[in-house]
Design a protein around this ligand. Structure first.
Ligand SMILES: Nc1ncnc2c1ncn2[C@@H]1O[C@H](COP(=O)(O)OP(=O)(O)O)[C@@H](O)[C@H]1O
Ligand SMILES: [Mg+2]
Length: 204
């Protein structure tokens, strides 16, 4: 699976990213093939500490610019400490959110920041997943699923339904922007049906 070693899942809160990432990791995991399942923001001790700063507290805790710097710092640490070392030793990496989430969230909150998102990505990250699966779900369904988790990490979910609709539109646009890397999966179905599509796209 030479060109499918780094796979990311994207989509709004509660669309089923973690569920599908888990299923895919379990599917590909064998004695010879180790799978690193990770997530953003976070995925390394330093980045997890930044995650806590980002996902808890009031919605106006950070300016959009500060938030972008924190996400980028967390991603850089995640890449250095977790993703790159795993890929270097031939492990497959399955990541719950990556740079596309920053593109979409920042685009939804402050569209004029997209150029800075791209500049920071270029300067500090410079890496895309080999394959990105965007799980598309009706925000009403996703929000109900997401809030049902009650994780305490609901700062973004607290932005409300209208915000989730904006995010959904942003993720749909990404498929047009990166047609070779990003693929849409209909997530408005039972997890097993969604996974059948995920698997078809992720097969080497
Ligand atoms: N296809 C699905 N149909 C119904 N419920 C689902 C589906 N996929 C995930 N769920 C449930 O919805 C909630 C959110 O799913 P999760 O995978 O954590 O989403 P995300 O990681 O995208 O926020 C979880 O409680 C999960 O068990
Ligand atoms: Mg998740």
């Amino acid at each position: 699976m030479a060109d499918r070693n780094f796979i990311s899942f994207e989509g709004i809160d509660g669309c089923g990213k973690s569920t599908q990432a888990k299923l895919l990791a379990a599917h590909f995991s064998t004695e010879d093939q180790e799978i690193v399942r990770t997530r953003e923001p976070g995925g390394s001790p330093g980045a997890e500490a930044i995650r806590e700063l980002l996902l808890t507290g009031a919605t106006d805790k950070w300016s959009a610019e500060t938030e972008l710097l924190l996400f980028t710092a967390a991603r850089r640490d995640h890449l250095e400490k977790t993703i790159n070392p795993a890929l270097a030793t031939g492990q497959m990496v399955i990541c719950d959110r990556f740079a596309d989430s920053t593109r979409v969230y920042q685009g939804a909150t402050r569209g004029d920041l997209r150029a800075k998102v791209d500049q920071l990505h270029e300067a500090m990250i410079g890496r895309e997943p080999d394959l990105t699966l965007i799980i598309d779900v009706d925000p009403k369904i996703a929000l109900a699923r997401g809030l049902a988790r009650n994780s305490g990490e609901d700062r973004f979910e607290d932005f409300g339904l209208e915000f989730q609709e904006k995010l959904r539109a942003g993720f749909l646009k990404l498929v047009q922007e990166y047609p070779l890397r990003c693929h849409l999966v209909d997530g408005n179905r039972p997890a097993e049906a969604v996974f059948a599509d995920v698997l078809a796209l992720a097969q080497p």
